[in-house]
Design a protein around this ligand. Structure first.
Ligand code: ATP
Ligand code: PRP
Ligand code: NIO
Length: 489
């Protein structure tokens, strides 16, 4: 590493092109035009029917501290040769905009804004990379954790992934995201300290190997630890590990709290059933069986189908690396910008793929909850000056296949965005991580089971209001006309 900069900041944690665009905006005098960007993803990960939003707390920390430090400025000026006048401008730059966001733990879907940034163009542009980086990872892991927990259901889930995470930041923030998604504990001690989340752990094969003798190793562990989980698969699970665990537990009696055993290899279904029988026969009906070894929602579902006797699952690699889908693919799109006369004008990004066309304008997202059954009918995106709660009956229709529609009455429209930053000041206090976890669990209750199943879930409706849809069509038409005019020039 070149140097340990004492004043290193996260402000340069951006793509070079953001700074290049910032320079052009500034030189052209449009940098302070008010811009509105939305952050959203287009497709749910893992084939899941919903996602769990996470990342806001780190975004707030980042935005609050957003400024170019002396060493940042020196790098831009001396190494990247930005001109002095622009450098002087950057020196004083902070984030002065406003941010509206989903709460962490919110159940979210494709094509709805998770965050809305309203800020001077240059500021909103410069923060894009970091915001996407944070939300893409944390939301992905919270979603994977929730998906796994949906299969686990009542048994406990421990996050064991630090050694396999994509470096240290991912381990720490991934542990936190796992708890938000429904996990009960993490093995990462620093995550426990930073986020006040439960830490849990057993011991590794190395301890048994170090003593060579399994029985002695368990004894040594029990000498210093009241709560004991013995890892029983170092030599032979059923012939040595489980008998040694039982022997030590019997010998030490009340001196320890024999929590149980951990299985980490072999046929977990078979071994767990046999181990359960042996523990029960020895009088340890309350001893728990913890299992680990490359687990994910698929293996866990399969183990359950085989009647495996498991009380707790330890899950590392496949959770923390989002093994089967390593990127969420959230994007950050400009939806409205101030023109030279100070009016806000919608902007749109068009592609040949109808699903990828952005939805222009300043918008709000509501969750439409049926008052009769307490279940969500879908999410409803409206223009900012609309309030669905003022209406008696709303028509919800699919934004691409518009013939798919339904009328909803007797509903509650819950606004999903909260203002979290106002004029550069953070105005939101993050709840505890445990509260976020509870919030996610409570909000999952709003969904019919059909949206929550892990295989081929039903598509949850995320619809546009008529006004929002008309506005989108008008913008598409305007762009078409513009392209047509250029073609005919
Ligand atoms: N009964 C089972 N049904 C389905 N999958 C299982 C079952 N038991 C174990 N598995 C899974 O099979 C995969 C392969 O386990 P494998 O047998 O290769 O591990 P191992 O060789 O015993 O242990 P190690 O990790 O030390 O190599 C793991 O993901 C494990 O969780
Ligand atoms: O399997 P994961 O879901 O990633 O969970 C974490 C794994 O980390 C530990 O073993 P380690 O990887 O150190 O060695 P092992 O694979 O040889 O058991 C532990 O015993 C788990 O198997
Ligand atoms: O505590 C454990 O058993 C543990 C922690 C991290 C990785 N594997 C296992």
């Amino acid at each position: 590493m070149k140097s340990n900069y004492a004043d290193d900041s996260l402000t340069l944690h951006t793509d070079l092109y953001q700074i290049n665009m910032a320079e052009s905006y500034w030189a052209d005098g449009v940098h302070n035009r008010k811009a509105v960007f939305e952050l959203y993803f287009r497709k749910l990960p893992f084939g899941n029917g919903y996602a769990v939003f996470a990342g806001l707390e780190r975004i707030l920390q980042y935005l609050e501290k957003f400024h170019f430090s002396e060493s940042d400025i020196a790098f831009l000026s001396e190494e990247l040769n930005y001109k002095e006048d622009f450098i002087e401008y950057l020196r004083k730059l902070t984030f002065t905009g406003s941010v509206y966001s989903m709460k962490e733990g919110e159940i979210v879907f494709a094509n709805e804004p998770l965050l809305r940034i309203e800020a001077p163009l240059v500021e909103a542009q410069l923060v894009e990379t970091a915001l996407l980086n944070i939300v893409n990872y944390q939301t992905l892991i919270a979603t994977k954790a929730s998906r796994i927990k949906q299969i686990i259901k009542n048994e406990s889930a421990a996050e064991f992934g630090s050694r396999r995470a994509q470096e240290m930041d991912a381990a720490i923030w991934g542990s936190r995201a796992a708890i938000i998604g429904g996990f009960d504990s993490t093995s990462n001690v620093r995550a426990g300290k930073l986020f006040d989340i439960p830490v849990s752990g057993t011991h590794a094969h190395s301890m048994v190997q170090a003593y060579r003798n399994e029985y002695e190793a368990f004894h040594a562990y029990a000498k210093r630890h009241k709560d004991c989980v013995f890892l029983v698969d170092t030599y032979n699970t059923l012939k040595s590990g489980v008998p040694n665990a039982i022997r030590v537990a019997k010998e030490l009696g009340d001196k320890i709290n024999f929590v149980g055993i951990r299985l980490d290899s072999g046929d977990i279904a078979f071994l767990s059933k046999e181990a359960r029988r042996m523990l029960d026969e020895a009088g340890f009906q309350n001893a728990k069986i913890i299992v680990s070894n490359d687990l994910d929602e698929y293996t866990i579902l399969n183990l359950k189908a085989q009647g495996a006797k498991v009380d707790s699952f330890g899950i590392g690699t496949k959770l923390i690396t989002a093994y089967d889908q390593p990127a969420l693919g959230a994007v950050y799109k400009l939806v409205s910008i101030e023109n030279e006369s100070g009016e806000m004008k919608d902007t749109i990004k068009i592609t040949a793929n109808a699903e990828k066309v952005s939805t222009p304008g300043l918008k709000e997202v509501y969750r439409i909850v049926n008052r009769e059954n307490g279940k969500a009918e879908g999410d409803y995106i409206v223009m900012a000056d609309e309030n669905p709660q003022d209406e008696e009956r709303i028509k919800m229709f699919h934004p691409v296949h518009t013939f798919i529609s339904k009328f909803v009455t007797n509903f509650e429209a819950r606004q999903l965005h909260t203002q979290v930053v106002d004029g550069g000041k953070v105005v939101y206090k993050s709840p505890s991580v445990q509260e976020m976890k509870q919030y996610a669990a409570d909000n999952l209750e709003l969904l019919w089971d059909e949206y929550k199943r892990s295989l081929n879930p039903e598509e949850y409706p995320v619809d546009l209001s008529k006004k929002c849809w008309d506005n989108k069509m008008r913008n598409i038409e305007e762009v078409r006309n513009m392209v047509h005019d250029i073609e005919n020039q």
